[in-house]
Design a protein around this ligand. Structure first.
Ligand SMILES: Nc1ncnc2c1ncn2[C@@H]1O[C@H](COP(=O)(O)OP(=O)(O)OP(=O)(O)O)[C@@H](O)[C@H]1O
Length: 393
């Protein structure tokens, strides 16, 4: 539940705002003057602030600049009386999110607040994603296939071309998408991911394009979709082969016209988004089976990057094993264990699924059951029986 801080020296206004906002399901905290408001603002992260302009001690404009020094991400909405609309406009120039006039008009208040809260969640989401990008996992592997993938990423990233990434589950498709974003001109913008397989088909359109309040039964609030969230950045559509035909038609329009419409809305919204898609399906087969639109396939697949499974690039196993060994030992807080060349060789001779996580699990198991060095015997005891029983099943 979003928490709103209301700062006003007039008790009646505080009460009105308190009643309206609590009725709408917001948590409300009140301050009777700027000083008290500032102390509260320092001690807690609010989702939004409503602040009167004309107050004793610290006035609204001064309050705004102090609060923005403390936390510039919290949207502040100014409340202005008759005489100070100009000051309110000035406040917006100085970084206030918006202003509302006194006495507060219910609709305007709620819409402004909702927009402000959407901004808060966007800022938070962007920050999480930035952090992810900052910690972007290196792409391990020197096999011919991996080298080619890295070269393709370097070539395609700085362009605006759409990229389709194919390959089995867990081969590293998302990692490829993240590197394309990171090396593109959009790297400072958001990278927004949608797993199309994880969202029920009746919700996918609202997830992608957002919705207006009341457009369907559970649409209690207006919501901004992933296309809008990815504005200025990259939208990663994972498992695109699982998207419904209806949603495909809308995605196609978004790609053709650079515009979207929220579900239940009638306004076109311009979006500047680069789409990267991934799939573990053979999309051309899906086209033949009439589950995927050919025109969308062509729009998405300007460049295709196929990420091969580990079986097709076993040369990468020594580097990957060493990388996971280091990473897991660090996580465990122990010295890095050694692995005998003979043990590596056995790992290379095995059959692997495409999923790199499987190799990571195996290395973790070997770390647990070995002392300082992982030997061929460890592999025979703790990896092979598991593989064999899996193959028998
Ligand atoms: N070349 C690589 N070097 C190091 N780690 C990798 C590499 N490729 C993949 N990984 C790691 O393996 C895991 C699976 O990768 P990722 O999620 O990118 O695969 P995916 O193909 O998108 O999977 P899914 O099909 O499940 O969406 C991740 O933890 C990723 O960091």
């Amino acid at each position: 539940m979003p928490t709103i801080l209301v700062i006003d020296d007039e008790k009646a206004i505080r009460k009105t705002l308190h009643d309206i906002l609590s009725y709408e399901g917001y948590q409300v905290e009140e301050a009777a003057d700027g000083e008290q408001g500032l102390t509260m603002f320092k001690n807690k992260t609010y989702d939004a602030v409503l602040c009167d302009i004309k107050m004793p001690k610290i006035d609204g404009i001064e309050w705004l600049s102090k609060a923005r020094e403390i936390n510039p991400d919290v949207p502040i909405i100014m409340i202005s009386g008759h005489g100070n609309i100009e000051t309110a406009v000035d406040a917006v120039k100085k970084g206030a999110f918006d202003y509302i006039a006194k006495p507060p008009d219910l609709n305007r208040l709620l819409i402004t607040l909702r927009n402000a809260l959407d901004k808060t969640s966007l800022v938070a989401e962007t920050r999480v994603l930035r952090k992810k990008v900052y910690n972007l996992q290196e792409m391990i592997g020197e096999s011919a296939a991996m080298q080619k993938i890295k070269e393709t990423i370097d070539k395609v990233a700085p362009t605006e071309a759409r990229v389709l990434i194919t390959g089995e589950n867990g081969v590293g498709k998302e990692l490829v998408a993240r590197w394309i974003h990171e090396k593109s001109h959009r790297a400072k913008g958001p990278m927004v991911e949608v797993n199309c397989a994880a969202i029920p088909s009746e919700l996918i359109e609202s997830e992608l394009f957002g919705h207006e309040k009341g457009s369907f039964t559970s649409a209690i609030k207006q919501r901004i979709g992933k296309f809008e969230q990815a504005h200025g950045g990259t939208l990663f559509l994972d498992e695109i082969g699982d998207m419904s035909l209806d949603a495909q038609a809308k995605v196609l329009r978004a790609l053709q016209e650079g515009k979207i419409t929220r579900v239940g809305g009638d306004k076109d919204i311009q979006v500047d988004v680069r789409v990267i898609a991934a799939t573990n399906k053979n999309l051309l087969q899906e086209v033949e089976a009439k589950r995927f639109r050919l025109d969308l396939y062509h729009r998405l697949s300007v460049v295709i990057i196929h990420v091969p499974s580990l079986n097709e690039r076993k040369e990468d196993i020594p580097l990957l094993a060493d990388y996971f060994l280091e990473e897991i030992c660090k996580d465990y807080g122990i010295f890095k264990k050694k692995i005998e060349p003979k043990a590596i060789q056995l790992l290379q001779e095995m059959e692997w699924t495409g999923n790199i996580r499987e190799l990571r699990n195996v290395i973790e198991r070997l770390i647990i059951f070995s002392d300082k060095t992982i030997t061929a015997q460890h592999v025979m005891d703790y990896v092979m029986p598991f593989k064999e029983s899996k193959q028998k099943n």
